[in-house]
Ligand binder design. Structure first.
Ligand SMILES: Nc1ncnc2c1ncn2[C@@H]1O[C@H](COP(=O)(O)OP(=O)(O)OP(=O)(O)O)[C@@H](O)[C@H]1O
Ligand SMILES: [Mg+2]
Length: 478
């Protein structure tokens, strides 16, 4: 051993002098960023990695909620085929593994499969087929009744008014609004007398046959009240059609009693709207009705253990004020009430954000839904799809996370300007490759987050079947 040490190569005189490297965990992280912890914390759904640092990128609107992230809503935008839906699908599936419930409004049909893009994912997660809406109805088609007693009074009046205004293309004045409110009340009463639930056609009939007493109560004559509501009744007739005329835009979808084969406790519920003409009034109205229906029947307090709040014990946390919180549930063994979190994903969200009345409805819905732990995810191509009304601006402001996939120059510039992002991001957005996006989470910009798909997810996200030439890419082995 001593001999060895005496060998000249080991003598300090001949050794290259290097300063010793003292490392500690944070130092090694700084030197090799991919081992550093994800910036947004490690709780949540794995998205992929940040390209510039190699760090893992994990995001959860519920875990990150607080100082850095004031709200849980997200807008995903980008040109066609850049990976918006693939991201939303895997994000939903990964969030479900964390115990969340997801509802999807699926608007894009995969022609070769004759079903919506999300059908396969929904089936693989829950074993259930989508809840389908088809103009004209038909076997297996669903119907939601905007007059359903499950929708509370004030909300119902707002909803029916929105339907009429969307059909009319403008807002109702005070007289027409008042006639509509009266007709909704009368429709419920007259249908109740016949032992059934009111539908939209009953509102149209009540608008055409006002009661003397209702007119007097409003200091109007019966004819004046009739005049106030006549136009709205025509709109409802046109939308719902009649027994002789089945051409109404909403026929078979919103004109009858609610018939939804939907398990409200399922991890994922897919509403298939792919047969509803895109950009038409029916799609817009249907989305509005589904949102309000979900608000009334789906968004109810429920613990992650599956029990209602009433099944949890009240634990007094401050004897002085008597303040209490929901504690354990002995039946399920759950230690503390934790609200089950929900995610509502809306493909082609310009159906909502592009229409001021709907944007206003959405804004109210999101404010209300926050108390139920809901995160809204809306997918759009560009902000130019979306109108610039104050209602839309207000709804856009509700999104605290914005994910931007590649866009063309003009659209990227418009996006950057409208969102108040730094000017360098416009050029950067045009260069992003498929599956890579610029994320804005609260105030912080993550310039390039690569969304990683694992092999098992790839077939559920593959949306390019119609554009892929399988015969030339996969030659027959024979
Ligand atoms: N991160 C990714 N890694 C690998 N492939 C991806 C990734 N993201 C998307 N793809 C593939 O790219 C194709 C298009 O993706 P996707 O359907 O998500 O686009 P999109 O932005 O939703 O388009 P559109 O606006 O037309 O709906 C899909 O076939 C998908 O499998
Ligand atoms: Mg898509």
């Amino acid at each position: 051993m001593t001999d060895l040490l005496e060998l000249t190569p080991f003598s300090p005189m001949y050794e290259t002098v290097r300063r010793p490297l003292y490392t500690e965990t944070t130092t090694s992280q700084a030197l090799y960023l991919p081992v550093a912890p994800p910036t947004l914390g490690s709780a949540g759904a794995i998205i992929g990695r940040e390209l510039y640092s190699g760090k893992a990128f994990i995001y959860c609107p519920f875990s990150a909620f607080g100082d850095g992230l004031p709200g849980g809503n997200m807008i995903v935008m980008g040109d066609t085929g850049r990976g918006k839906s693939a991201f939303a699908k895997t994000y939903a599936a990964r969030q479900i593994r964390l115990g969340r419930q997801v509802v999807v409004l699926d608007t894009k049909e995969q022609k070769e499969r004759e079903e919506g893009e999300w059908a396969a994912l929904g089936r693989s997660l829950t074993g259930k087929s989508p809840v389908k809406f088809s103009p004209g109805g038909g076997p297996g088609a669903s119907c939601i009744n905007p007059m359903d007693p499950a929708i509370a009074g004030r909300r119902q009046v707002e909803l029916v008014r929105t339907i009429v205004e969307l059909g009319l293309g403008r807002t109702l004045d005070e007289f027409a609004g008042s006639a509509l409110r009266i007709a909704i009340r009368r429709a419920h009463q007259r249908a109740g007398d016949l032992g059934r639930i009111a539908v939209l056609a009953d509102v149209a009939a009540a608008l055409r046959a006002p009661e003397e007493s209702d007119a007097t109560a409003k200091q109007r004559t019966r004819d004046e009240l009739l005049g106030d509501g006549l136009e709205a009744s025509y709109v409802l007739d046109r939308l719902c059609g009649s027994e002789e005329d089945a051409t109404g835009d909403l026929t078979g979808m919103l004109d009858g009693p609610t018939s939804l084969g939907v398990d409200l406790n399922a991890d994922m519920i897919v509403f298939d709207l792919t047969k509803v003409p895109s950009g038409g009034v029916a799609m817009t109205i249907l989305v509005a009705v589904i949102a309000v229906f979900l608000e009334e029947v789906w968004l109810r307090p429920l613990c992650e253990c599956g029990a209602e709040p009433s099944r949890h014990e009240r634990v007094v946390v401050d004897a002085g004020s008597g303040a209490w919180e929901l504690g354990p549930n002995r039946e399920s063994g759950c230690r503390r009430y934790t609200q089950r979190k929900r995610i509502l994903i809306c493909e082609e969200a310009w159906h909502i954000l592009g229409v001021p009345q709907l944007a206003a409805l959405l804004e109210k819905f999101l404010k209300f839904a926050r108390g139920y732990g809901l995160s809204f995810v809306g997918l759009v191509h560009h902000l130019s799809d979306i109108d610039d009304s104050p209602e839309t601006q207000a709804a856009l402001k509700m999104a605290d996370t914005i994910v931007i996939y590649s866009q063309k120059k003009a659209e990227a510039e418009a996006t950057v300007e409208r969102l108040g992002l730094p000017s360098w991001t416009a050029d950067h957005i045009t260069r992003l490759r498929r599956g890579i996006a610029l994320w804005v989470v609260g105030e912080v910009i993550y310039p390039a987050v690569q969304h990683l798909l694992v092999e098992a997810e790839q077939h559920l996200c593959f949306s390019s079947g119609s554009m892929t030439d399988f015969t030339s890419t996969q030659p027959d082995a024979a």
